[in-house]
Design a protein around this ligand. Structure first.
Ligand SMILES: [Fe+2]
Ligand SMILES: [Fe+2]
Length: 176
């Protein structure tokens, strides 16, 4: 799978986890949803930082927005830490989710609109495919434990299957 597609699949997976979290009302399932989200987000950041961005820097003379990217990743880590430090019943919990969701949306916008297209035009398909395979196998085996004392769903297999998710077509600009 093309590296940019593999990362875009991860973006869609994480967006879906944010949506799931918003729908969960029971405390226990919310805890599991937060845990899942944290794990997928960390795995995504690691794949980008350790595999994708080093390749971007090698491929592009003036790597687009790498400083901005570092900033965005830092914001995501800070937002995630704040969310994990907040108790589920705390009044600030929903706004911390919103803050993290907002940071993630900005990250997705920049990468999908600026970084990925430049990378795709600079790097041959075979190389992008090899990098995609490296991204899919870069997932660390991390098990997040929920507040209920159970391990949240976590498996390399699960990640691999989410890598086979069928992506919707390119996003259309709103008419008007
Ligand atoms: Fe990123
Ligand atoms: Fe990303």
């Amino acid at each position: 799978m093309d590296a940019t597609r593999a990362l875009a699949v991860q973006h869609r997976t994480i967006e879906a986890l944010f949506d799931n979290l918003a729908l969960e009302t029971r405390r226990r399932s919310r805890a599991t949803a937060v845990s899942r989200l944290a794990e997928e987000l960390l795995a995504h950041l690691i794949a980008e930082e350790q595999v994708f961005y080093p390749a971007v820097q090698r491929a592009l003379e003036r790597a687009p927005a790498t400083r901005k990217t570092r900033h965005e990743h830092l914001a995501l880590r800070v937002g995630l830490r704040r969310l994990l430090e907040t108790s589920l019943g705390d009044a600030t919990f929903p706004e911390r989710i919103d803050a993290l969701k907002g940071s993630f949306a900005a990250h997705v916008r920049d990468e999908e609109a600026q970084v990925f297209p430049r990378f795709m035009s600079a790097v041959p398909e075979a190389q992008r495919e090899a990098l995609g395979a490296e991204i899919l196998s870069s997932r660390p085996s991390v098990w997040m434990v929920t507040t209920a004392g159970r391990a949240a769903a976590s498996a390399r297999d699960e990640w691999a299957s989410s890598g086979r998710v069928c992506l919707p077509g390119p996003r259309r600009k709103p008419q008007g």
